[in-house]
Design a protein around this ligand. Structure first.
Ligand SMILES: Cc1ncc(COP(=O)(O)O)c(C=O)c1O
Length: 475
């Protein structure tokens, strides 16, 4: 926690930075002092030291209880930071987050490996300071309860469960839905639930996966699934009980008409339909923009998200990818399913205690980072355009925040490109031919990446063109 003196200076600095007047900053400072005062004797000692401004000592604890609405004041300053992002206020100010985190933000801005790489903003953490500190296993944490209620509402489902990761949300959905083996799940052969969750479905749910290759190379279709359905009583097989889809996959948006067809098929055969919606917020952000709706309004998000998720029985919605919560994912579904999932979450060791700090940061992320997603999609489009212009092939439609490129037409391998980017004076990090844009990616990093690939392309010998190893559309 910040010392009162540091926080005073930092907030005044922040206030100046974002153009918030001294009066407002003083009220925030008082509020934080008094919040500190609320936490115990050691703080109280600091508070009565001569280093804090005189007006603070005049305020009583009673005044704090009556005058300070719990999240509103920290929220004011935090909102000012977010609102001032366009005016170049960074997500981390050295005066608040410290030098190491301010530096980390600069590195993250040039890191294209994944959208989980973002760091919590100062504003997000200030907001979380006032989160409730109850025990979520006892269901006694109002901030966590409020987050679950909010996401259930936004997604149009009855209930929601805050989990530590989307791997956990997915596995809980599978475990809470499937009951008696033998049983199987139909999914894409690249599905996270199948390939990237350490075989969890086999262990936790005793389920086998029937992993299909989409005939169109991008996403499964109802025809793909129907042709491969495994139902009935043939004792050789583990019959399908669930279809699990993923949206987005490789940044590509699953067409909703196809989802509706798959939903009809699922209902016809009494199969549960799950969505790994790790990046469903990106799908919603794209749709909000397409319809001219406002990604900062819950009513608009709800209109779009609930429609997108309506066909699914269960959805895992990641909070720590595009939205930039430090940790977390939410499983949504019917009340009875979520009650069961809560039980299994405890069994998996995922029941958490004072989760309010995390829930508040996730809540902040929905409010303040959801509106940033459209910008990440624009940056991705710009990156794709620049790479294509440099002579690379773009391997999948760039619908959201991912660009898969193949530099082999330039005579370059992905490894060569990665090494050159890593060797830049201000390095750019890539782990393969997938570039992921997140809300802290800087436009300059995108331009630098494009410029470097242009340069490498010009320097590559003509004789090498077409000979380099072709990069593929991976996960
Ligand atoms: C599509 C998809 N689903 C699920 C996950 C798992 O998320 P987590 O890291 O929160 O377990 C990921 C992580 O990258 C993912 O990309």
């Amino acid at each position: 926690m910040l010392s009162p003196w540091t926080s005073t200076q930092a907030l005044r600095g922040l206030g100046r930075h974002v153009g918030v007047g001294a009066h407002k900053v003083n009220s925030v400072v008082s509020s934080l002092y008094l919040a500190d005062r609320d936490v115990g004797t050691s703080r109280r000692t600091t508070l009565t030291s001569s280093r804090h401004p005189p007006h603070v000592s005049r305020l009583s604890v009673r005044a704090f209880h009556t005058a300070a609405p719990s999240l509103a004041i920290a929220d004011d300053i935090a909102r000012a930071v977010t609102g001032a992002a366009a005016a170049n206020a960074p997500d981390v100010l050295e005066a608040i987050g410290g030098l190491a985190n301010a530096d980390r933000l600069k590195r993250v801005a040039r890191d294209f490996r994944t959208d989980t790489i973002t760091i919590p903003t100062d504003a997000q953490i200030l907001y979380a300071l006032r989160a409730s500190r109850g025990d979520d296993v006892y269901r006694e944490d109002p901030t966590t309860n409020a987050l679950e209620e909010r996401v259930a509402r936004l997604s149009g489902k009855e209930a929601a469960l805050f989990c530590s990761s989307t791997t956990m949300s997915n596995q809980l959905a599978i475990r809470s839905t499937l009951t008696q083996p033998p049983h199987s799940i139909i999914c894409d052969h690249r599905a996270h639930t199948y390939m990237w969750e350490a075989g969890g479905a086999a262990l936790f749910s005793q389920a086998t996966s029937h992993a299909l290759t989409p005939s169109n190379g991008l996403h499964l279709t109802a025809d793909d699934i129907e042709r491969n359905l495994c139902l009935g009583n043939d004792i050789h097989f583990a019959p399908n009980r669930m279809i699990s889809l993923e949206n987005t996959m490789s940044g590509v948006v699953f067409p909703q008409e196809e989802i509706l067809k798959i939903h009809s098929l699922a209902k016809k055969h009494d199969l549960a339909l799950h969505l790994d919606g790790a990046r469903a917020w990106n799908v919603a952000a794209r749709e909000l923009e397409r319809r001219g709706l406002d990604a900062s309004k819950d009513t608009d998000i709800q209109a779009v998200l609930s429609e997108l998720l309506e066909p699914f029985d269960t959805v895992g919605l990641c909070l720590s990818k595009g939205l930039g919560a430090p940790i977390g994912s939410i499983l949504v579904g019917s009340k009875s399913l979520i009650d069961r999932a809560r039980w299994f979450r405890k069994m998996f060791g995922g029941g958490w205690r004072q989760s309010g700090l995390l829930a508040a940061q996730a809540d902040w992320a929905i409010t303040h980072h959801m509106p940033r997603l459209a910008g990440t999609h624009k940056l991705a489009a710009r990156l794709a355009e620049g790479l294509e212009d440099a002579g690379c092939e773009i391997l999948a439609p760039v619908h959201t925040n991912m660009v898969y490129f193949d530099p082999s037409p330039l005579g370059l391998s992905t490894d060569t490109v990665m090494a050159a980017l890593a060797a830049l004076p201000d390095p750019i990090v890539l782990q393969d031919n997938r570039c992921v844009i997140h809300h802290q990616t800087s436009p300059k990093a995108v331009e630098d990446l494009v410029a470097e690939v242009h340069r490498l392309g010009h320097e590559a010998p003509q004789s090498e063109r077409g000979k380099a190893k072709k990069a593929k559309l991976g996960y």
